[in-house]
Design a protein around this ligand. Structure first.
Ligand code: NDP
Length: 322
């Protein structure tokens, strides 16, 4: 479908979140997007995607050619453990409505967003795209994980039965401007940035829970955005694609904390509280499939990404989600 000005309408569900803001940033300087695509960034205020009628009204209004489906009920470990039923049901409803609407409105391409936390709990490393369903996910987030796993299954089923061009991407830990910087319920980088900010303000130690030894892969939101838009335009298989930095770019939580401290110009002590438990030591994902498709892609270094995220947080402290 083409809009009146002959540009392809690209609908971004969950367009007001961390990843949606990364896409907004990327397309603002991307020539193809500027010339031939027209982006619509949705928030829950534009329609509750748990509701079929509201979802169809959104599709009727915008008539998208392509859809990037980011909207999801997401939360930290505690909420995932306490509300498995809601994480399963709400995400199933959102995903079912979006996929069915994409079929009915003859959307040319749907890219849905999965997560590495849907992978099997007991596995060998590195994990790749073929291993998603090889065993149950970690029990703590099984509601969320099974709802996400079904998106992968249904992308293939819609393709097989209706010829739909649906696929999904699997990002590792994402960070960047516009993240949720809540220390209790947020993810590791925004949590560290906020904690460090408060320690600097109060003149106290910057205390990290655990030994700092666990390793993680982080992707800067704008890098992820660029790769998602590339997937939308160029990757036409239903099978999922891991979007991540490589194994060689895994960083320890300790190194990360030092990087945050440097970017925040924190003058005090960085302290590791080893009385607190470490999470899993590592959960390395393989990016070999991505590398084979995009050998040219250069990731933003963790130093530069953290620097930009810290600068954004300081500038937007009053209004940032925290
Ligand atoms: P955010 O929490 O920052 O944003 C979530 C978005 O979804 C918001 O735009 C929100 O709208 C929208 N949304 C939530 N519920 C509904 C609903 N019922 N109807 C319509 N819209 C809704 O998410 P992220 O940008 O961090 O995540 C995007 C995707 O990436 C998600 O699918 C997530 O599972 C996945 N992901 C994220 C990772 C991370 O590290 N952050 C890691 C791996 C995967 P509103 O603002 O109005 O509430």
């Amino acid at each position: 479908d083409m809009s009146k000005n002959n540009k392809k309408v690209v609908l971004i569900t969950g367009g007001t979140g961390l990843v949606g803001k990364g896409i907004e940033d990327f397309i603002s300087s991307d020539p193809i997007a500027q010339e031939s695509e027209s982006y619509v960034f949705l928030s829950s205020k534009d329609g509750d995607l748990r509701d079929k009628a509201q979802t169809y009204a959104v599709f009727e209004k915008h008539r998208p050619a392509c859809v990037v489906h980011l909207a999801a009920l997401v939360g930290g470990l505690f909420r995932n453990m306490a509300q498995k039923v809601e994480f399963y049901r709400e995400n199933m409803l959102i995903n079912d409505n979006v996929m069915e609407a994409c079929k009915d409105f003859k959307v040319e391409k749907l890219v849905s967003c999965l997560s590495t936390c849907i992978f099997p709990d007991k596995t060998t490393y590195p994990i790749d795209e073929t291993m998603i369903h090889n065993g149950p996910p970690h029990a703590s987030n099984e509601g969320y994980a099974y709802a996400k796993r079904m998106v992968d299954v249904m992308s293939r089923c819609y393709k097989e039965e209706y010829g739909c061009n649906f696929t999904s991407i699997i990002p590792t830990n994402i960070y960047g401007p516009h993240d949720n910087f809540n220390i209790q319920d947020g993810h590791v980088i925004p949590g560290l940035v906020h904690k460090c900010y408060l320690a600097e303000q109060a003149g106290t130690d910057f205390t990290i829970w655990g030994s700092g030894k666990p390793l993680r892969q982080f992707i800067y939101s704008r890098d992820l955005a660029e790769l998602i838009i590339w997937t939308m335009r160029e990757y036409h298989s239903a099978d999922p694609l891991i979007l991540s930095v490589g194994e060689e770019d895994e960083v320890s939580i300790g190194t990360l904390a030092e990087t945050v401290a440097k970017a925040m110009e924190f003058k005090g002590n960085v302290v590791f509280d080893t009385s607190k438990a470490d999470g899993q030591y590592k959960k390395t994902a393989s990016n070999l499939k991505l590398r084979s498709l995009r050998p040219d892609f250069r990731f933003t270094s963790i130093e530069e990404g953290v620097e930009k995220t810290c600068a954004w947080f300081k500038e937007n402290y009053a209004t940032a989600r925290k």
